[in-house]
Design a protein around this ligand. Structure first.
Ligand code: CA
Length: 547
């Protein structure tokens, strides 16, 4: 778990310091970092604003639809011609991924030591109201950032320096040791044997589909053009690693069709989606993939949703993936999905919820989102659970919520969705800078948000060991017509923007063994609610003010 601690350390340190992290400096924020939360990752994340730089630091500023407001830590660094930014690495690296922004309609070059990476505004800059457009005349620009990644051609040692220059804004950079390309596994069949073209010139869709019929297809190092859904069922599709084997093109995706026993591993899926069209099936992974299927070690970028999975099915594991720069959710388990585990994924810069379970017409149940790191959904929540039963959200780290969302939202929401029943568990999650304004209900949403929007929440919601720090508004927020089986244990709320716990619902909750700063907002005369508190601090005198 050490690396997940480093990530969190840098996330937290980013708000408070302009000094670069010293090489091998021991983590100084362990009290909040809380061992064992978030994804275990092969990289260390560095905030630009914590590096040495010329140019201009922007932020901290949480104003929606601003460059600083959309940045990790709500700060970034704008470099002009002649400026540079230098990171001092705490671990060796030969590869980098940078979150950046360039003005709309432009391209640019980012120099990283001697490596040049191409920048583009193509996947950023949305305008107008939901679901947004690329038309500047609609006004209200947002979604300013994108990621670029590349191999450095050398290994920079721990303590070594990496200098970036560009005419752009840099938010953060992930540095890592990209592994060498994996060898072709024994017994697998290379897609090249079926005519796939590793130069990316020729469309390889048909060749890869044919290779999948062998049941064990191999993607060697190379860039393969794919322009439609590849359908996988009872097959492996493995690559030489996310830095080496890439499927890319307009419409690229790997889909299940009532599929079972699919194993996807070790490649990148890079789409060309520049708008949100909810009728277009342009997701990285889609369809139904159950029966012990595994999706792991993928890098998914520039698709509509990273993984949009349609039930009913049971039994999928999604682990160790990076899902960046989508126009809608990072991952959505859509109706009737069960016994599915989503773990150790990093989800960043999504156009909607980072991770969602939407029960819609058929309850999702017995699924778990655990040990994921979700940052910067550009709309909505880090994690959203809409209806269903017996689902668990555990040990995730969620940071920087921007508009109309919480760190974690549990809701009866979206017309006709099967309501929450039995028990939903939120355990040991950490939310940093969570919560946001929410125009739909004219309220400022808390870091953890229980939302009885369409109907009273009659299912139980159990929260234990959750923490929130520096939320934009409240720490824990109960909102809606009624909820009566809410149990909160060992909740920590540090430095909330408004109150510690905000109650705008009828019903009842018990809170035990909790440390809550900011007090409780509760207007009993308007909404009868019974809050039972034991063995806690900061919850003595609920008041009808503070928000
Ligand atoms: Ca930043």
């Amino acid at each position: 778990m050490r690396r997940s601690l480093v990530v969190l350390l840098l996330l937290v340190a980013g708000c408070e310091s302009t000094a670069p992290p010293a090489a091998q400096e021991p983590p100084a924020k362990l009290a909040f970092a809380q061992q064992g939360r978030g994804a275990t990752v092969p990289f260390v994340e560095y905030e630009a604003e914590s590096a040495d730089f010329t140019g201009k630091r922007i932020g901290p500023d949480r104003t929606a639809k601003t460059l600083a407001g959309e940045a990790s830590g709500r700060m970034a660094v704008t470099l002009s011609k002649g400026d540079s930014l230098t990171f001092t690495l705490v671990q060796p690296a030969n590869a980098v991924t940078v979150r950046y922004s360039v003005p709309d309609g432009t391209e640019g070059v980012l120099k990283v030591n001697d490596t040049e990476l191409k920048l583009t505004a193509k996947y950023a800059w949305y305008y107008g109201g939901f679901p947004f457009s690329n038309d500047p005349s609609k006004g209200s620009p947002h979604h300013f950032y994108d990621h670029v990644r590349g191999l450095l051609g050398q290994t920079v040692a721990a303590g070594g320096k990496v200098t970036l220059s560009c005419e752009c804004t840099i938010d953060l950079a992930d540095f890592e040791m990209a592994p060498a390309a994996l060898e072709k596994p024994e017994g697998s069949t290379s897609i090249v044997d079926f005519g796939a073209d590793p130069t990316g010139a020729k469309d390889s869709s048909d060749a890869i589909q044919q290779a999948l019929s062998t049941g064990d297809a191999w993607i060697p190092a190379g860039t393969f053009k794919v322009t439609r859904h590849l359908i996988a069922n009872r097959t492996k599709l493995r690559g030489a690693g996310g830095w080496h084997s890439t499927l890319t093109g307009a419409g690229v995706g790997v889909y299940g069709d009532h599929s079972q026993g699919v194993h996807l591993s070790g490649f990148a899926i890079i789409g060309e989606v520049t708008e949100r069209d909810d009728h277009a099936q342009v997701n990285g992974i889609g369809g139904a993939l159950g029966g012990g299927s595994v999706v792991e070690n993928l890098f998914i970028q520039h698709t509509k949703v990273g993984l949009w999975l349609d039930g009913p099915f049971s039994g999928l594991t999604v682990r160790n993936n990076r899902i960046f720069d989508t126009t809608a959710d990072g991952l959505n388990l859509h109706q009737g999905i069960s016994e599915t585990v989503v773990e150790h994924n990093v989800i960043r810069n999504t156009g909607d919820d980072g991770l969602a379970m939407w029960s819609d017409q058929n309850a999702n149940h017995h699924n778990t989102f655990r040990f994921n790191t979700v940052q910067l959904p550009l709309l909505a929540n880090g994690i959203g659970i809409y209806g269903g039963h017996d689902n668990t959200v555990e040990a995730n780290i969620i940071a920087d919520i921007l508009i109309e969302g919480a760190g974690v939202q549990v809701a009866n929401r979206f017309s006709g969705t099967v309501p929450l029943s039995a028990t939903t568990v939120l355990k040991d999650n950490t939310v940093l800078r969570g919560g946001s304004k929410f125009a739909g209900i004219q309220a400022d949403v808390g870091a953890f948000f229980l939302f009885g929007k369409d109907s009273a929440i009659t299912g139980a919601i159990t929260l234990s060991g959750n923490s929130t720090m520096d939320s934009s508004f409240s720490g824990l927020h109960l909102y809606g017509s009624s909820m009566s089986q809410v149990t909160v244990e060992r909740l920590t709320v540090q430095a909330p923007g408004t109150v510690g716990i905000q109650v705008q619902s009828m019903g009842a909750a018990t809170v035990t063994k909790s440390r809550v700063e900011g007090g409780v907002y509760l207007c009993k005369d308007a909404l009868p609610f019974t809050l039972t508190v034991a063995d806690s601090t900061g919850l003595d005198t609920p008041a009808c003010e503070g928000i």
